[in-house]
Each structure stands twice: as C-alpha cells, then as structure tokens.
Write a protein that binds this ligand. Structure first.
Ligand SMILES: Nc1nc2c(ncn2[C@@H]2O[C@H](COP(=O)(O)OP(=O)(O)OP(=O)(O)O)[C@@H](O)[C@H]2O)c(=O)[nH]1
Length: 601
C-alpha cells in the first residue's frame, strides 16, 4: 500500500489502564480477527501473559482500516507492556513507530508509568494522541483527567477522545484520529535498505525470525541482506506480517512492519537494535539502535539436574533472542554445580524469565537469592563491582561497601501518604519531597536502596495503598551502607549458594529465619548437623538437626526382599533430588524455600 496510507503506532499506558482491551476492540472493528476467534487480550499470546493478566512482550499486528473518507489504511499496531520492568520493550516498540495512542484511565488519571511512557514517546519524536478510557465507570472523571494531562504532561486535550474500551464506545473515533492526526512513515522507498530489528525469536524449523520495521527501501525474498552490527550475510527466504496470524507477503516496503526468515541458524548473528541492509547496495550507516539496558538485579540459575546444563545454555541463548534485556554468563557453585549468573531489569523480569525457561524449554531450575551490584572498596584502595554475595572478599579486606540507590517517585492519594511513608521508612528510605498534584493526589519522593525496592516493595506498596499508589524510579547513584555478608554453614561448612548480603540491622532476623527454615526442610541424617548463620567468623544464629536413629530397612525383618528393594529404590529416588554439600545432603526444596524467603518469613 502507498506509504501515505500507512500508520505505525503503539498504544502506551500505565499498567491496567486498558491498552490490551483497546487493542482487542481495534482488531474487532477492523475485522482483523473473526468474531469466533476473538478472545480477550488477543495480543497477549503467551500463556504466562494471560494467566497473570499482564503484557510482557511487545506484539505487532497489521490491519486494514476502511476510513470514513472511503479510503483504506494499513495500520501496524504494536502493543506494549506497562510494568516498569519491561520499559525496555516499550522503548523498542516506540522506535518502530511514528505515533502513539496514550490511554489514561478516567478514574485513576495520570500515573507514574503514564509519565514515564510519554517521555519515552517524546524522546522518539512520536506524535501523541490522548484517549481517556473507562468512562463507563461511575467514578470516571474525564474532565479532571484531561486537565491533569494538560497540567502534568503539557498535551493539548481539547480533542481527547473519551472511550470505553470495554464496551467499544467511541473506539471508532480513535481509528479516525489515527488516520488524521498521526503521521505516515517518512522513509524513502528508493534509498538503500535500512530495516530496524526490534525483536526476534527462534523457530526450530526456520531458525531465527527477525521482526523488523523497514525505515527505507524494500526487502524481498532472495535479496542478499547484511546485519550491520555483526556483518553476517544471508539470503532472504520469506517475508511477511502478523495479522495476528503469520502471513507470507511478496515484499516488505518502506513503512512496513513485519518478519524476515533467512535460515539463520547462528543465533549470535542477530541482535535486537541492529539494522538490516542490502549486501549489494548497503546503506552508509546503521539506524540509531537502542540504548543498552543495564541489568539491575542478578541471580544464579542452575538446573536441578546437573546433566541439563547444556540444555539450559541453549535455552538462554534462544530466550535472549526474544528478550534482549536478559544477560547471562557461566558460573559455578560448590553447592549447585554449573549454572549461569543472569542479569535482569527487575524482580518481575527475573520471575518471568525463570518461568519461561521452565515452561517453554522444559527445565527445572533453582534460582539463588536476587542481588544488586555492590561496589566494594577494599583496603588496598581498589574497587570491585560484585553481584554475587559468595564472591565478596573477606571482611577484613573491605573498607566500605556501597549499594545502588534509586530516586523513587510515588504517586499516591492523600489518605495513603501516611502508610506509604511508613513503608519507605521501613525500607531504609530517605525522605526528599512531597508535592501536591491535585485535589486528591500527592507525589512522594524518596531515595531508597535498590535492593529494598526489588524485593517486595511493589507488593507492599500495593497492599498498603489498596492498589492506588504507582511507582517510577531511576538509579540516583551509589551510597555507603552498613552491609555485611552473611554465610549459612552446614556442619561447619559454608554453602556458597545461600550466602546473602544484608544490612547489619536485619542480619540477625534473617539469619534466624533461614536457619530455622533449613532445620525444617533438611531430613535427619546419620549424624547431628549444626545449622549456623555467621557474619565473618561470628555465629549469629544456630540450630541443630538431630541425628537419624532408625534405619529404613529395620522394619523389614530381613525376609521380604521385594519390599526391601522398593524401600532402597525409593531412597535412591529421593537422593537424586538431593545436593551433596560437604557431608550433608540438602533436598532441592530446602534451597528453593530458603532462597525465596522474604524478610517477614
Ligand atoms: N470498566 C472498564 N474496564 C475496562 C475498560 N477497559 C479496560 N478495562 C479493564 O481494565 C483491566 C485492565 O485492562 P487491560 O487492557 O488488560 O490493561 P493493560 O493496560 O493492557 O494492562 P497491561 O497489559 O498489564 O499493561 C481489565 O480488567 C479490563 O477489563 C473500560 O473501558 N471500562
């Protein structure tokens, strides 16, 4: 279709303001998906997304809209996630677009992620179309919300469309506004090919599939292409779009958003953010890529069954294609064997990656406690960045430890300011500012250690404000804190995978809880096992697992051979899921339970 009739746009919003529901209505109104195939949140294609009711991955679909002026328009709609952890996905989808539909909940108004996403859209020079959603709610206040958008964001809301994505009310007006208010892609069809790779995935039959937004030129099957960052060259086999079903096309022209397959078996050749050009007539320079995202949280991931190490490695490689913000490198642990140190954008991201590895790649994993990156200044004047507590140098070699702090902006209704401040205080926060936003809401600004934010802050915030508070944060720098490494010792031996870095004040409580939990979960063995928590050489909590007295075969009186075999068999089965640490056998469950414990357990 003629470039002037193409619109590439994204829907951006704070979490739960109704992006996916609006996308559903748009797909229905344009007959993109037949009624009988329509299910809620159709773009949330991962099972995980449907179960959790959140969007994790960006999704691109092509649809045709018959506008009221009688002409047909080709839309590429890119649905994006709303949670802070996935803002990387948002920034990538925005780079593939020319405009954005901003959805704001008429009852909740502008929230922290509304602002954050608008800034991302402005950075990418996108035209923004404000839409007020959920006007069917009794508590909807569209006029107040419009005023808020004007005051806080500076967007003109005179023509902002008031809709109910749920019932479909006025969604047709949104489609018309997309045609008339959002720009067509500006590229040059005659220029050398430049296609931005904004996502990719691994297909076991076809190799890597790259999702691209063609900024200049055209791409066809049999074309020779080059990935500009890696220099890899391939011949294109097929190109196509998603409607949301995969459809093969004869070409992708300037302004099109679609997929390319080229029998790419070498995963490293494709990088999200790279530019694809023609190998015969290459462009002079690549398109502007994406900012590399630095992980904020790290943890070790180990296969429960050590023989599955290679499988885990392959799964991580493939998953990274589909999740460019994931980082990993090999690591070994005395207790857990061979695994990987992985970096994530946040705890939800970590959770999602773990679950995707387990489900999509059929792996059983153990994850160690999440950790941030600590700056450890040593007595010899050097500094080491450490994301794994077990690698912390001995106490006497450390002069100070600094940890990352964030500036957190929390939007909260007036009545919850008290409980919110209490929570921030408890999480070692330092009060910075409190601003009045409007009649009902205030903006609370705190500096907080990132390690406190990544644990359970989000859940605690939601529960202490009935879900009304919203949070946005950015790293503000490093600060010295009174942090110590706490080791867990079994039978006198430290278990590396269980070491944690904690604030000295919380160490006793945490140590006590961990040792008690281990005692509960480690079965009695032939000898008594002391379970200790220690800082440096000093034990701060201790308990004992009593020695086993009975022998499993004692009941069998020597007679019944088959029964005896069965019992031994059963014991062997159980042993498989045990990790041998020194002389002690620890069941998998014990690791998992201790590692997933929060401060209150
Ligand atoms: N009453 C009412 N509820 C709506 C409307 N639009 C969406 N909802 C509801 O709001 C909730 C969140 O909607 P989603 O479309 O999943 O929100 P989202 O912004 O896509 O959320 P994430 O994908 O998690 O970022 C769902 O329970 C919807 O049914 C509306 O117009 N009116």
């Amino acid at each position: 279709m003629d470039q002037k009739h193409i619109r590439n746009f994204s829907i951006i919003a704070h979490i739960d303001h109704g992006k996916s529901t609006l996308a559903d209505r748009i797909l229905e109104l344009t007959d993109t998906v037949e009624k009988r195939e329509m299910k809620d949140q159709i773009l949330d294609s991962m099972d995980l997304e449907r179960e959790r009711g959140i969007t994790i991955k960006l999704n691109a679909v092509q649809l045709v809209y018959h506008a009221k002026n009688g002409e047909d328009y080709l839309f590429h709609l890119i649905d994006t996630p709303g949670h802070v952890d996935f803002s990387y996905e948002v920034s990538r989808s925005l780079a593939a677009c020319d405009g954005a539909v901003l959805v704001v909940d008429a009852a909740q108004g502008v929230q922290a992620q509304t602002l954050a996403n608008v800034y991302l859209a402005l950075e990418n020079d996108l035209e923004i179309l404000p839409v007020i959603n959920k006007i069917d709610l009794p508590s909807a206040q569209p006029d107040v919300v419009k005023q808020e958008i004007e005051d806080l964001i500076g967007l003109d809301c005179t023509d902002a469309i008031e809709i109910s994505a749920k019932s479909g009310l006025n969604v047709d007006q949104v489609l018309e506004a997309i045609v008339h208010k959002l720009p067509a892609p500006k590229g040059d069809p005659d220029a050398p090919l430049q296609a931005l790779v904004f996502d990719s995935l691994y297909d076991s039959y076809r190799g890597v599939i790259a999702f691209v937004s063609v900024k200049n030129g055209t791409i066809r099957p049999k074309d020779k292409i080059r990935f500009m960052a890696t220099g890899a060259e391939y011949e294109v086999l097929e190109v196509g779009v998603h409607t949301p079903k995969e459809v093969v096309e004869s070409k992708l022209g300037t302004g099109d958003v679609g997929w390319i397959s080229a029998a790419i078996k070498n995963i490293e050749d494709v990088r999200v953010g790279d530019t694809i050009t023609s190998a015969d007539h290459p462009a002079d320079a690549p398109l502007q890529g994406y900012k590399e995202m630095n992980p904020m949280v790290y943890c070790g991931l180990y296969p429960v069954d050590n023989a599955k190490y290679e499988d885990l490695k392959e799964a991580l490689e493939k998953l990274k294609l589909n999740d460019a913000s994931l980082q990993y490198e090999p690591e070994t642990s005395q207790a857990l064997g061979f695994g990987f140190r992985c970096g994530f954008l946040g705890l939800l991201h970590m959770d999602v990656v773990e679950e995707r590895l387990e489900r999509e790649y059929n792996l059983d994993l153990i994850a160690t406690s999440p950790s941030v990156i600590y700056h450890v200044y040593k007595t010899d004047g050097t500094m080491e960045a450490i994301d794994n507590p077990s690698l912390l140098p001995p106490q006497q070699k450390i002069s100070r430890i600094e940890e990352p702090y964030v500036k957190a902006e929390i939007m909260v209704p007036k009545e919850y300011v008290g409980p919110m401040m209490e929570l921030c205080q408890k999480k070692r926060g330092e009060y910075k500012d409190l601003q009045v936003l409007d009649d009902v809401r205030m903006m609370l600004v705190y500096e907080l250690p990132l390690s406190e934010i990544i644990f359970d802050f989000f859940d605690k915030m939601k529960s202490s404000t009935k879900g009304y508070a919203s949070l946005d944060y950015e790293i503000s720098g490093y600060r010295a804190s009174d942090l110590v490494k706490m080791d867990i010792l079994l039978n006198g031996q430290p278990v590396d995978a269980l070491s944690v870095i904690v604030h000295r004040e919380f160490a006793y409580h945490r140590g006590n809880a961990m040792t008690r939990k281990l005692k509960e979960l480690i079965p009695k063995q032939q000898f008594e096992i002391p379970v200790q928590a220690a800082i440096g050489g000093k034990v701060i909590a201790r308990t004992n697992i009593k020695a086993l007295r009975k022998n499993v075969l004692a009941k069998c009186y020597g007679g019944d051979i088959s029964r005896k075999k069965k019992l031994l068999e059963k014991q062997k089965e159980g042993k498989k899921r045990m990790k041998q640490v020194g002389s002690v056998e620890i069941p998998q469950e014990a690791f998992m339970a201790v590692l997933s414990m929060d401060d209150e357990s």
